[in-house]
Every structure is written in structure tokens, then in C-alpha cells.
Ligand binder design. Structure first.
Ligand SMILES: Cc1cc2nc3c(=O)[nH]c(=O)nc-3n(C[C@H](O)[C@H](O)[C@H](O)COP(=O)(O)OP(=O)(O)OC[C@H]3O[C@@H](n4cnc5c(N)ncnc54)[C@H](O)[C@@H]3O)c2cc1C
Length: 505
């Protein structure tokens, strides 16, 4: 059971944060026989939290920048998954997607790019993270030749309940000690070695937990906050790192392109671009949910020195999948007794709906997720104000720079041409539609680089210059591609668990 009381005094590994990343790490550590204690500042479980009233999450954002810090994060076991806002199959879910191979590459003409791990080295960990949370990557991540000259891929979905209930219980049952309501308020430092954490709970009790290794998996902004606070309290190996708090990235959403499909025969299959169930075996039961997307070819992005993008079709406009909704299915079960007959009727209705859609000219406001290239000016700092536990609040400075805007316009030009060339229809572009900066995907600010001049952690996620301190989550992404970050962040956690287990005496 995940319980609120009794923090041990000592452990091999202390994981701070029980969001998807901390849970993925703890699960992989206990699998490898490593004793682990997870400290989570929020509560053990509960209804969807009113994060806007959570004092611990409050901070400032620069004008014209990101949305309120209380609306893009949540505390408690399950972490920010508690406020996931997409619904598929009648329950809250997140879209999961791996980075594209190009996202790991150093990119000539784009400074600060390149992961110290390449796509091939990450692939097994992405597969392991996907399997752990119940995602079948074979069905979700295949990028095939799309409506030429665009490429086509698919997002997978993972239900929120996995992170709120099923996985935390499994992690605790496997032997991890998970303590909720316990906030890490500082790091124990002996020279360059971090020997554990200082904690406080909601009743005001305080204590320390000594650990051979401490891993901060607190989400991008809070991981950086713990490091900044420690650096503010005295000399630390990371206090002077030039990238500490720098290079914050988001995935802003562009909605300025409207696609009106032209020819009935050339209309893309709207069902593919709506949440739909993958066909695993013909005639077999429906497979997992997925959602189609379009991308520009990597070779073109490389040649034109541009970051990545991903095009989604808004669900309500793409229609489709109505027959797969639970209510429609339960009515069908009541009205038509035989499963075979039901399937035949369903196939006929779906075929009819597809033909009807082909005969219509449809209009889609495209949702284009943009990769933001790292920019040192986008940063996280500590404000003077403190929260109820006496911790300094965050001040976030984020902008969409002229360079970002130039790259966005070049991507939109190319996308418009390719949508035309693919025969998908006519595209209109509204200059007046402003970019939505809140993709809810904070990344960067403790980036990974082999050299401390280029990043805060090394390729093993160990803080440069320090012993016993690792960071895990999207904060270590040197660049963030365009994929929703949770799957890759969990993959890094699984990889880190293997490294820590191998390093144990
Ligand atoms: C509305 C919304 C929709 C999203 N949709 C998607 C999506 O579709 N796909 C996707 O991939 N991502 C999505 N995200 C982002 C996703 O939620 C995050 O990438 C993911 O939760 C990050 O996991 P994490 O474990 O690193 O951090 P978090 O989930 O933020 O968890 C960190 C945990 O650490 C705890 N913590 C922090 N500081 C301390 C401390 N000092 N002491 C103790 N505990 C601490 C926090 O309380 C929290 O529980 C969405 C985010 C939002 C807000």
C-alpha cells in the first residue's frame, strides 16, 4: 500500500517524486532488487486536484509567456497525470509517442542540439517503458509513407488510472517504500557527494533520509527548483553550471492552417486521424486506441535546418470512431444479440460512413505541435517569495523568439505546399491566429551533455561534478523533439535504473 507515514532513515536509492517518471524508475529498481524509497510531496490519492489552489505550485511567469504554473502541473502520487485532459474510450488518457530518430541528432545550423544517446541506444528503453505502462509500440509508433509527400505515424494512449492507481500499487506491492505527503526540502551534501535529502510533511514534522543515491524525478520545474535552492544555500558542484535553469522548452500549438479537403477520392481517411482502435488481427477483437498524425520528412528538416513538427486533426472535426464509443457499443449489444451479426452491421455502417465522408468536403483546423529549439534566455529562477514550507517560489521566463517565429513560418510554408502537393485539398492560413504556448510539456533546464559546459547532467543522468545525485525526467532533454514527453522520460528512467543497479557494489 502507498501510505503517508513512516519515512525510513536510510535506503539505497531515494527517488523524489511519484509521477510517471519516479514510478517507472522505482518499478525498474525493485525489479532489479535495489531497495528504494519514493518520497512524494502531494497526497497518496484523491480526486482530480484543484491545482489552482495549491500553494506549493504557485510561481510567476513572464508576461506573454507560459500559462499559470498551477495549471500545468499537479502534485500527488501519479504526478501531473492527475490533470491529463484528453478523453478517449470514456476515460482520461495521455497521448504517448517516442521521439523521431532525427530528434536525437546534432543538427548543423541549429546550436545546442544532439543527445549524448542516439535513437538506437534509446529504442530498447522506450520499448521497456511502453511495455511497463501497457502500450504496444508496434501499433502506435510506426511511421509509414503517408499521403505522399508527408509521412504518417500514430500516437498511442495510456489511461490515467494506470498512473493513479494500478502502477503505484504494483510498485509498492513489489517492495518499494512509497511515502506520500513528504516534500523534499533540501539535499544533504558532504563535499561533492549528496548523501540524501531533508524532508518535511504536512503536519510540520521534519527529518532526513540518507541514501546511497538520490534521484530527483520531480517534474521539469520542481527538479530544477530543488537544485537552485540547494545552490542558493551554499556551494554545490552544480551551482555555477551555465545551463542550470536554462533552455526551458515548450511545445506550442499552431492553429493557423485550415485544410479544406478537395476531392472525394483524395480525402484522407478521417477515421485514422480521430482516436480509433487499431486492427490487430482481421476480424479479431478491437485493438488499442491510437490517433494518426502527419509529419514532414526528416531529410527535408535536416537540409533546411529546421526543428520538428507534428500535425493532428482536431477530433471533433475529424468525426469517426462513434461506433467504437462505449455507449454505442452497449446499445448495439442490447439490440442485436449475435456478436457476428453485430460485427457485420457495424462493418456495413462504418463502410457507409466512410463513403459519406469521402463525398463531403471537410474542413479541419490543423493542430500543429511545434518543437521549440533550446534558447538560454528561456529560464527558471528562484523568486524572493516563499511558500508555506519556506521554499523559494519559481519565476519562469519564457518567450517565443524571432528565431522561433522564423522557423515556424518556414515550417508552415513547407507544410502548406506539401498538403497541396499531396492532393489533400486547399489550405488557408490566418495571420491573425496567435500561437498557443501551452503544450503542457515543460522540458530542459537541467539538460544532458557529456561536458559540464554543455549541460547539467552527463549521459548517465548524473549531475556533473557531484556524486550520488541523478536527475530524471524531461528536464534533462537537450532538445525536446515534438513528441509528448512522458514516454521518453520514462524510458530514461528505465535506463537509469539499469545503470544504478549495475553500479551497486
Ligand atoms: C493538461 C496536461 C496534459 C498532458 N498531456 C500529456 C500527454 O498527452 N502526453 C504526455 O506525454 N504528456 C502529457 N502531459 C505532460 C505529462 O503530464 C508530464 O510529462 C509527466 O507527468 C511528467 O512526469 P514526471 O514524473 O516527470 O513529473 P510529474 O508528473 O510532474 O510528477 C512529479 C511529482 O514529483 C512531486 N514532487 C515535486 N517536487 C517534490 C519535492 N520537492 N518533494 C517531493 N515530491 C515532489 C510532485 O508532487 C509530483 O507528484 C500533460 C500535462 C498536462 C498538464
Amino acid at each position: 500500500m502507498v501510505t503517508p507515514s513512516g519515512v525510513p532513515e536510510e535506503t539505497a536509492v531515494c527517488v523524489v517524486g511519484a509521477g510517471p517518471v519516479g514510478l517507472a524508475l522505482a518499478a525498474a529498481l525493485v525489479d532489479r532488487g535495489v531497495p528504494v524509497v519514493v518520497l512524494e510531496g502531494g497526497d497518496a490519492r484523491g480526486a482530480r486536484p484543484a491545482t489552482e489552489r495549491d500553494d506549493a505550485l504557485a510561481g510567476t511567469v513572464s508576461p506573454g509567456g507560459l500559462g499559470a504554473l498551477t495549471l500545468t502541473r499537479a502534485r500527488g502520487v501519479g504526478g501531473t497525470s492527475r490533470i491529463w485532459n484528453t478523453e478517449v474510450g470514456g476515460e482520461p488518457v495521455a497521448k504517448l509517442l517516442a521521439l523521431d530518430p532525427i530528434d536525437y541528432e546534432a543538427r548543423p545550423g541549429l546550436p545546442h542540439g544532439g543527445w549524448p544517446i542516439d535513437a538506437d541506444a534509446m529504442a530498447p528503453w522506450v520499448r521497456e517503458a511502453a511495455a511497463w505502462c501497457g502500450l504496444d509500440l508496434r501499433l502506435h509508433d510506426t511511421v509509414s509513407e503517408g499521403p505522399d509527400p508527408l509521412e504518417r505515424g500514430a500516437y498511442g494512449f495510456v489511461p490515467q488510472r494506470r498512473f493513479l492507481h494500478e502502477l503505484p500499487e504494483a510498485v509498492a506491492a513489489a517492495g518499494a517504500t512509497v511515502r506520500a505527503g513528504v516534500t523534499t526540502t533540501g539535499l544533504l551534501l558532504e563535499g561533492a557527494r549528496v548523501t540524501g535529502v531533508r524532508w518535511r510533511n504536512a503536519t510540520g514534522a521534519r527529518g532526513t533520509l540518507r541514501a546511497g543515491t538520490t534521484v530527483l524525478a520531480c517534474g521539469t520545474l520542481e527538479t530544477t527548483r530543488v537544485l537552485l535552492e540547494a545552490a542558493g544555500a551554499g556551494p554545490t558542484p552544480w551551482g555555477d553550471n551555465p545551463w542550470l535553469g536554462r533552455g526551458l522548452m515548450e511545445h506550442p500549438i499552431d492553429r493557423s492552417l485550415v485544410l479544406r479537403t478537395r476531392s472525394p477520392l483524395l480525402t484522407p481517411d478521417p477515421g485514422f486521424f480521430s482516436p480509433h482502435r487499431a486492427v490487430v488481427t482481421r476480424g479479431g477483437p478491437p485493438g488499442p486506441w491510437r490517433l494518426g498524425r502527419l509529419t514532414l520528412p526528416a531529410d527535408w528538416l535536416r537540409a533546411h535546418r529546421l526543428p520538428n513538427l507534428s500535425v493532428r486533426f482536431p477530433t471533433h472535426e475529424a468525426g469517426g470512431a462513434i461506433l467504437q464509443q462505449p455507449t454505442a457499443r452497449s446499445w448495439a449489444r442490447r439490440l442485436v444479440p449475435g456478436a457476428r451479426l453485430r460485427r457485420a452491421i457495424g462493418d456495413a455502417v462504418r463502410w457507409g460512413a466512410r463513403q459519406t465522408r469521402r463525398l463531403q468536403s471537410l474542413e479541419y483546423t490543423l493542430h500543429i505541435d511545434l518543437e521549440q529549439w533550446p534558447d538560454r534566455a528561456n529560464r527558471v529562477e528562484l523568486a524572493e517569495a516563499t511558500d508555506a514550507l519556506g521554499r523559494r517560489r519559481l519565476a519562469v521566463h519564457w518567450r517565443w523568439s524571432d528565431d522561433d517565429e522564423r522557423r515556424r513560418q518556414a515550417l508552415l510554408d513547407e507544410l502548406t505546399d506539401r498538403l497541396h502537393a499531396a492532393g489533400l485539398g486547399s489550405v488557408t492560413r490566418s495571420a491573425g491566429v496567435s500561437l498557443d504556448p501551452d503544450g503542457h510539456h515543460h522540458a530542459g533546464t537541467t539538460r544532458m551533455h557529456i561536458d559540464p559546459e554543455g549541460g547539467v547532467v552527463d549521459a548517465d543522468l548524473k549531475v556533473h561534478g557531484a556524486e550520488g545525485l541523478h536527475l530524471c525526467g524531461a528536464s534533462v532533454f537537450p532538445t525536446a523533439g515534438v513528441a509528448n514527453p512522458t514516454l521518453v522520460a520514462m524510458a530514461l528512467a528505465r535506463r537509469l535504473a539499469a545503470t544504478l543497479a549495475a553500479d551497486r557494489p
